[in-house]
Design a protein around this ligand. Sequence first.
Ligand SMILES: Nc1ncnc2c1ncn2[C@@H]1O[C@H](COP(=O)(O)OP(=O)(O)OP(=O)(O)O)[C@@H](O)[C@H]1O
Ligand SMILES: [Mg+2]
Length: 250
Amino acid sequence: MSAKHVLTVFSGKGGTGKTVVSSSLALYCAREWSKRTLIVDADFNLPNVHLLFKVFPDATLGDVWSGRPGPAKLKSIIQTSELGVDVLSLFANTAKEMSRPALSRLAADILKLPYDVVIFDIGAGINNALLSFMPIADTALLVSLNDPFSFLDAFKTIQQLGRHTDHEARLCFLLNQSYREKDALRASVDLIRLVDEQLSVNLAYLGAIPYDPSIRESVSRQEPFLLSRRSPGAKALRAVAATLFGIPRA
Ligand SMILES: Nc1ncnc2c1ncn2[C@@H]1O[C@H](COP(=O)(O)OP(=O)(O)OP(=O)(O)O)[C@@H](O)[C@H]1O
Ligand SMILES: [Mg+2]
């Protein structure tokens, strides 16, 4: 069965909050929306999703890879976390070296797994994981900080994406660690206009996540940020999840 919602979470610059956002959205889908949810750690170089969800696979993609893993073999390396989210870490050396065609076949196999929601946490910048998983996504979420370097990298990444892939995903933009909503909105409007004028790409503003010390604290404890909290970050992330997945809000 094909997944209903496939989301890629990416950025231009590193450290913008992709893992915080993707793990929080996965938790929301599994726990509050009761969806079968898979988070795929597609950061081949610096995977960390398994640490947050406290799952430690004893086999990796490399162990099951022989030409093509296939959905059945993939299942054997997916770990179910106590938080109700399933985790697939792509941290085998072979995955790192995999070509785009091989990663595209892997993407097709992941799509066949029985999940309602699949979220890809992708390493920063343009890389083979982004280019290969993007075509199967219905939504791509660009996470940026509110600073000129992050914006420049975000712009360049969208530009490169257009050059290297044919994708039909709707592109959304999320500003993280913003201090003032008004500034976030103004800066985002500028980026969206630039992307529209220079690249003819429609980038939708999804919202801003404020700087929230409780997010940093939960990451320091190596725990995913739980949206059941009442902090400003949790409130903003819940709103983002509802908009992204079209969930009616109570
Ligand atoms: N809204 C926020 N408020 C406070 N701290 C945040 C917020 N979002 C992220 N952080 C902190 O920023 C750091 C980077 O976050 P995260 O690891 O999610 O970024 P990333 O984009 O996945 O990084 P990488 O490119 O290395 O994969 C973490 O220490 C996290 O706690
Ligand atoms: Mg990350």
